[in-house]
Design a protein around this ligand. Structure first.
Ligand code: HEC
Ligand code: HEC
Ligand code: HEC
Length: 87
């Protein structure tokens, strides 16, 4: 019984991971932002952004800059507007 549950959880986890989008586009009036989700995950590991089992992270206009730019700053990646916003 316990074993079955573990298997079910593993399948559920695999299914979620498989459905994570490779690329996410955030619409912004000053130029849409293409977020290379898969590439970020491969380079940084899921833990860099997700706590525990990766799941939906709510990104909106208020939280996006805090999340995206703070790490870019820390890692020495450009935070100029054009790095993310493309017209
Ligand atoms: C640089 C930060 C970052 C990294 C690293 C990252 N993710 Fe994410 N992940 C996000 C963001 C932001 C979202 C929300 C995207 C959206 O709004 O559609 C997300 C969403 C998801 C979702 C939910 C998808 C949905 O639409 O419900 C899953 C599952 C997920 N990530 C899995 C992973 C896995 C597995 C890894 C490691 C291989 C990973 N993520 C690495 C930032 C990251
Ligand atoms: C935990 C750290 C981290 C977070 C959070 C993060 N990034 Fe990044 N991002 C990086 C790193 C490191 C690179 C450089 C990758 C490389 O050079 O291979 C990068 C590169 C990029 C690039 C390409 C930059 C270039 O010069 O070509 C874009 C665009 C980008 N990120 C968008 C985003 C967006 C949008 C978000 C938020 C949804 C985000 N990133 C969140 C670490 C992060
Ligand atoms: C690291 C990536 C990144 C950088 C650098 C960045 N942005 Fe953003 N920005 C985003 C993301 C992601 C969103 C969220 C869009 C959403 O949730 O729809 C956003 C949203 C916005 C919005 C809201 C757009 C709307 O339609 O309401 C404005 C305005 C904005 N950014 C301006 C800027 C300016 C100005 C700069 C340069 C000083 C900048 N951004 C740099 C990623 C970035």
């Amino acid at each position: 019984m316990k074993k079955l549950l573990v298997v079910a959880l593993l399948i559920a986890f695999a299914a979620t991971a498989a459905f994570a989008a490779d690329v996410v586009t955030f619409e912004a009036k000053n130029g849409n932002v293409t977020f290379q989700h898969k590439a970020h995950g491969e380079k940084l590991g899921c833990d860099a952004c997700h706590e525990g089992t990766p799941a939906k992270i709510a990104i909106d206009k208020k939280t996006a800059h805090k999340m995206c730019k703070s790490c870019h700053k820390a890692k020495g990646v450009s935070t100029s507007c054009k790095t993310c916003h493309k017209k």
